[in-house]
Write a protein that binds this ligand. Sequence first.
Ligand code: CO
Ligand code: ZN
Length: 332
Amino acid sequence: MDLMNDLNRLVGAFGPSGCETEISRVIKELAKPYVDEISRDTLGNLICRKKGSGPKVMFSAHMDSIGLVVTHIDKEGFAHVGALGGVSAKEVLYTPVRFQNGTRGLICAESGTDLEKLKVSGLLIDIGASSMEEAHKLIQIGDAAVYDTPTRMAAGRVISPYLDDRIACLVLLMAMEQLGKTENDVYFVFSTQEEVGTRGAKTAAWAIDPDYGIAVDVTGSDDEPGSKHQASALCGKGAAVKVMDRSVICPPALVEKLMGLAAEKGIPAQRDVLQFGGTDAGPMQSTRSGVYAGGISIPCRYTHTPTEMVDLGDVKACAGLAAAFAACKLEK
Ligand code: CO
Ligand code: ZN
C-alpha cells in the first residue's frame, strides 16, 4: 500500500458523524484485498473480518469526523451552525470548509466579537452567497461541513485535518496488510458516530460479542507547548498503550500483554494515561457481560483543530503492535 496516497484518500473522504457513507466506501475498497468478509450494520459500522476459529478480537477505529451542522440560514446568506462533536470556536475561526455536495465556504464570526467569549453558536459559514435564496440553492438545514485544510509533511510528521481518526483507519489497514496466519477470529471495525458519544462501537461490540476489544484512536500528546500533563504520551515515542482515559480503565494484564508484545517485536511503545476524552474502548468494555478492552493510540498534537499533527514512526509502531496482537496466542 502507498501510505501517503491512502492517507490522502482517507482524509479527503467526507464523513462527519452520522454521514459516513463516503468514507465507508473508500475504506471498504482499501480493505477488500486483506479480509475474508465485509459487512455494514444499521448504524453504518463497516465490519471487516478475517475469519478464525479462536478467540474473537475486535479492533475499532472510528471513521467519523467532527464537523459543523447548519442550523439556520439568515437573510444575508450566512449559515449559522451547531457542533457535531467537540469543536472549539476560536480554534476553527477562518478555516475553509466544504459540504458533501462540493459547496465550499469559510468559518467566520460577526466583526467585533470577543474571541475569548466566542462559542460555536457565534460562528457563521460564509459560502459566498449574497442572499438567503442563493444560499438555499447550495445548502440546507442539517447539512454538515468539514474542514477543508490540506495534508502536508513536516520532517517525519504529518500535518492534516482529521488525523482523529483517519490515521487510525490507516493503522488498521496497515495491520490488516501485515497480518499473516492466525487462529484468532479478527474483526476490524470502522465505527460511526464516535465523536458524538461512541455510538457505533456500542452496537458493533454487542453484535460481534468479542473476547478482546482494542480501540485504535489518537491520544493527547504531552509535548504541545506548555502542556500540563493531562496526557502522558509523547509524539515520536511509539505506540501509546492505553492504561486509562475517561471512558475506560484497562485490565492491567492486557496493558502488560501489549507492552510485552511490543518489547518482544522491537516496537517502540509507551504507557498512555489520558485525563480527558474517551474512545471506543469504553463501549467495548461494557457491552454484554464485559469484554477485555484496551487501546493502541497514536499521540496527536492539536487534536480537533483543523491542523492536527502525528509522527509517522508512531503510526508504523501502532500498526505493528495491532498486527502483533491480532496474531498472538490468546485465551478465550
Ligand atoms: Co475526536
Ligand atoms: Zn478519535
